[in-house]
Structures are given as C-alpha cells and as structure tokens.
Design a binder for this molecule. Sequence first.
Ligand code: SF4
Length: 377
Amino acid sequence: MNVHDSDLIESGLVKKGFKKAVSVEDADIVVFNTCSVRDNADHKVISELGRLKKNYADKKIVLAGCFAKQIKLKKEQNGNMYFDYCFAPEEIFSIPDILANNAAVNDIGGSNETRQDYYLAERPEEYLENAGKIEEYFYGKKPENDGTASVKITEGCNNFCSYCIVPYVRGRERSIPIGIIYKTVKNLIDKGASEITLLGQNVNSYVSPDDDKKDFRFLLNTVSEIEGSFKIRFLTSHPKDFNDKLIDTVCGDNKIAKEIHLPVQSGSDKILAMMNRGYNSADFLKLVRKLKNGNIDISISTDIIVGFPGETEKDFEDTLKLIEEAEFSSIFAFKYSPRPFTKAFKFNDDVLLEVKKERLERVFQKYKEISLRQCAR
Ligand code: SF4
C-alpha cells in the first residue's frame, strides 16, 4: 500500500515538472512516505529524520503517510524531528501543488490549503468529489518492468482490531468506484501487465460507493472478464469476510492466482477475542479447509503476532497448533508492539521481550518443519 502511495506522489510530482533525483545528495527535496504499523517503523523514521538533518540541513524534507498522520493526531510540535511539510495519507494528492507553490506547510494540524485538495476524503460523499484526481493518477499508471501492477481498491479500515493503528491513521474504509478500477486494470492490461494485484486493508469488504450490490466478488468477476492473459491477486483479505461465495469465485476462476494471504494473527481464542478479530480458531481452520478442498493447489500465507498482552505459553502453543493444522505456505510473524490510539495500547504489555523473541523463533522453526515436510511430498 505504501509503495502504491509513493508511486502516486512521484507521478504527481513528475507531472508538475519535478525531476526524480538519483540520490539524496542530488535532491533539493526529500519526500519521506512513512509506515506506522509497528513501533520499529516509527523508530526508523525518527532516526532517518535525524540523519537527514545532520547531513543534509539544506534540503526540504516532506514527511508523508501514516507516521505524519500520527504526528497530526497527537498535535505534536516538531520537537527534535526535522521536517518542512507534513501530509497525512489522505492529503498526499496535494503534495505536488504545495511544493510547486513552495508554501511551507509545517503546521501540524494541517492547513486549509492542504485539506482542500486531498486524495480520498474522510467522508464517503466527499470522496467522489475527488474522483477526478484519483482517475487522473490511476489512468496514468504503467505496469512495472516485470509485468506486475497494483491497483488500490479501498483505503482505510473499519475493523478496529485492538492492536492496529490503521483505522486511526488511514481513516474509515472508503472504496474506489468499480468503473475507475475496471478502466485502470484494462489500461494496465493493454499496456502489457501480466499480473494485477488489487490492494486494500480489507479487500473483501469492498463495496463500490455508487452501487452497493457491486461487492468484492462482483469486482473480481468484472476484472476477470477483461480480455487478455493475466493473473489477479489481492491483498489483504480478512478471514471474517471470506464467505462461501467468494471461495467459489476464487477457486473457480483460472485468472485468480491460487495464493491467498489470510492473516490469522493468533491460534488462541482468548487472544483472538482480545484482538477483536471477529472469528475464532475453529472458524479460521474451517475456512482454510474449504479453500483447500475447493482447490488442492491453493497456497495460503498468513501473519502472526506473538506476545500480545496476556498471551500465555498455552495461548502460544494454540498458535503453533493452528500453524501445524493450516500448513501455511509462508508466514510473516512479528513481535507485538503497542501502537498509540489503539485499544490494546491500554493493555498491560506483559510478555517479556525475551519471551516474544523466543516465541518468534519457535514460529519460524515450526514454519521450517512444515516447509520441509511439504517439499518431501
Ligand atoms: S483488518 Fe484489523 S489489522 Fe487489518 S487494517 Fe483493519 S484494523 Fe488493521
């Protein structure tokens, strides 16, 4: 998602006449599009801002993305962080105009100028008013050299998983109208794309804002009907929104890649409830079985968080058990870190760092065992 947004910023700047520098040394302006999903992402931004200040004090620094939104929400002053401009994710469409006009907007609260021209507005009805900007960018997209291309279909999230900062920094869920997505994908295919990834925080809750019957399944069918030889992928799906009809579509359509990313986060029902994930371990395994029964070649990857507040050894063993049963094709595992604004931020972060590290290692070990077993078949 961040790569997609960086691409959007870059294309807007190039259109305004800015040239892409080959290195930071050569640049007059450095644009920093940031992530905020884990605390180490925040630490990297803070240390990089310090490094830039020390080594390149003459450059204009643009801070954009989720970390920028965090600063705005906290109404923090710059403090020891050095930047000239600060744009939340919904404001990144205004970056080219503001930079071209050379107006310094380091007002932490965001000025009227930045707010007028934003990309996807907080209120759904506003967002259609900005469709022209979205279309301009989407229709100008080109596939990467390897034939891949990504298309954002939703922004933000309504799920409020208790550990997740996304609904706060990216706002409530807003979907791009299906007509814009269709035309964008068609343009990309016509330009030679062989693989399209539909992107969103929770793609399977997609509903076109101009017609609530046009859901994610409808979108997949619509995109799949475009003529040409290409594969469709999508990221990220929420297990609670993966219904039987969607399983049929995914398993029955040859254009849809049989590689599904399905974040489970934990195998403990107690922890899943505390995380507000909306399913338990049995629901998740039932879904995995249905997907695998529908298509024996399907591979399912997942995300796991270890060391969530209150996670006991027994809870963690339940996670290992679920990993064993689901036989994931790959696992992205992370140590829990509290994120500001979230419900879990108020929980007691009581799992020791050493224990989190050890559990992370055990997840990777379990994954290695499964991979070896899969290779031996
Ligand atoms: S589904 Fe949960 S984890 Fe995913 S973006 Fe939404 S709140 Fe965050």
